[in-house]
Design a protein around this ligand. Structure first.
Ligand SMILES: Nc1ncnc2c1ncn2[C@@H]1O[C@H](COP(=O)(O)OP(=O)(O)OP(=O)(O)O)[C@@H](O)[C@H]1O
Ligand SMILES: [Mg+2]
Length: 455
């Protein structure tokens, strides 16, 4: 190869980098990134347990305390801390380095990309201080890393680093993060009661499995209660619960799926005042115990795809949970923001046939129920809400057998329409890719509901 004649500068501007890094993540998810790191610390401290529903792990010694208000953000944990060597070589790099093999195998981490903590502090504010107290051969040691983000961004050189100073060890081993001089968006969110309420709800939901194992998370002085999923179980209602391992390049992933009725479907399809209730239903995905997708009713979880209808109120009551567990975190179908799943992941795709099966069964049940409401209600009321930890193993979802629909004489309606109008209507129905047949069926249902009403 001939010698290059020059080199094109490819260094990132620090300001651009910070802006880009924090753009596509919500503030809530940034706080969760910090919680993930603490949880990883706690998990490392109890040592090499696969986070499944029956792992028996005890996280009761661990506590993460968060205070977030207009004056700043403070978070501290007693989850073991990071040592100086880790801070020097890995913890503050933007992206995980190839030589970072921190407790890789057997560790069942949530953190994998090496970006979460830095992205979170940049999103939060301008003045940062990260303290760590750790144990070095039986002796408690500590350091702190102060970051003045504005000053750091103003530096022009390409040698990116943060200073580390000696500190007095805290009472317990762990990390404490302080962020003051909050960014404008963060300040107004932290001062907003509905943001605070939502943050608590998201923590309760996404760390439900850890909270159930005894972990304490305190937000602004009040401990967060786990919001755990329950499913209906009876002689006639049985959720599906099955698990298997899939081999992937570099290791294997354990998959467990639980899916069924969490509540009875609604009696009519008009929206009610309790629309928040609707959020609970749909599909959940947990990666190494952390919920990354919650109450999903989109094409990510099949609704509106592959011949399945778009979610609507008729399907209310359904909950499915998929747990992906692996000591090779990079094999899990996590996105970098840990707020959805990677649809191209083969591991995720291997769960889809089972998702299809249970979704179909639920659609059929809620459809058949329309003609046999009274029989269905008796069965639904007789079923008990069971915690997901106690659901029996069952390879298929079982729903009450309802009297078959009486045979009705049908005719075919056929008409032609401009493709642009069909696509425009499909878009209004929420999915531009709906088939012409589906658009025709829905238009009829729409007009029928509006003009004729309940059968
Ligand atoms: N609370 C904490 N306790 C112990 N170590 C921590 C804590 N917070 C951060 N660290 C260390 O800092 C490292 C970097 O954290 P960061 O969140 O940036 O990346 P990550 O967790 O490795 O990956 P991801 O980007 O997927 O979160 C962690 O791997 C961990 O070693
Ligand atoms: Mg992390």
């Amino acid at each position: 190869m001939t010698e290059p004649i020059a080199y094109a500068d490819a260094n990132a501007s620090r300001a651009f980098f910070v802006q880009m890094l924090t753009r596509d993540i919500t503030l809530e998810d940034c706080v969760l990134d910090l919680l993930d790191n603490s949880v990883d610390g706690a998990w490392r401290s109890i040592g090499h347990i696969a986070p499944t529903l029956d792992d028996g792990a005890d996280l009761s010694p661990f506590c993460i305390d968060i205070r977030a208000d207009e004056g700043g953000f403070w978070m501290s944990d007693n989850c073991g801390g990071m040592d100086l060597q880790r801070a020097e070589n890995h913890a503050f790099t933007f992206g995980r380095k190839d030589d970072d093999d921190e407790d890789r195998t057997g560790d069942y981490r949530i953190g994998v990309y090496g970006i979460g903590m830095k992205r979170a502090i940049f999103k939060l504010g301008w003045k940062v201080k990260i303290n760590s107290t750790y144990c070095d051969n039986g002796i408690a040691k500590a350091f702190f890393v102060p970051i003045d983000v504005r000053a750091w961004m103003a530096q022009a050189d390409t040698d990116w680093k943060f200073e580390i100073f000696n500190a007095e060890p805290a009472k317990s081993q762990g990390v404490a993060i302080e962020v003051t001089d909050l960014t404008r968006g963060t300040k107004s969110a932290f001062g907003n009661p509905s943001f605070q309420q939502n943050l608590r709800r998201v923590i309760a939901r996404d760390y439900a499995l850890h909270l159930h194992r005894g972990l304490t998370i305190v937000l602004n002085g009040v401990a967060v209660d786990a919001s755990l999923i329950t499913l209906l179980e009876s002689a006639e209602f049985a959720p599906l619960r099955k698990s298997w391992d899939v081999a992937a390049e570099g290791g294997s992933v354990h998959i467990e799926i639980l899916a069924g009725a969490s509540a009875a479907p609604p009696d009519d399809e008009a929206p009610d005042e309790d629309d928040r209730g609707e959020e609970r239903y749909g599909w959940y995905v947990a990666c190494n115990g952390r919920i990354v997708l919650a109450g999903d009713k989109s094409t990510t979880s099949i609704w509106g795809l592959e011949g399945f209808p778009i979610w609507h109120r008729q399907y209310r009551g359904f909950i499915g949970l998929i747990l992906f567990t692996s000591d090779e975190t990079e094999l899990l179908p996590l996105t970098t923001t840990k707020r959805s799943v990677d649809l191209s992941s083969e591991v995720f795709r291997s769960a889809r046939p089972t998702m299809r099966e249970v979704t179909r069964a639920w659609i059929d049940y809620t459809g058949a129920r329309k003609q046999a409401r009274e029989v269905a209600k008796v069965a639904e009321q007789a079923a008990k809400s069971v915690s997901l930890f106690s659901i029996a193993q069952n390879p298929v979802i079982v729903t009450p057998t309802l009297p078959a629909k009486p045979k009705i004489k049908t005719s075919t309606i056929q008409y032609s329409m401009a493709v642009t109008r069909i696509r425009a209507l499909a878009t209004e129905f929420g999915n531009v890719n709906l088939s012409a047949r589906e658009v025709g069926m829905r238009s009829f249902d729409y007009a029928y509901d509006d003009m004729v009403g309940e059968e």
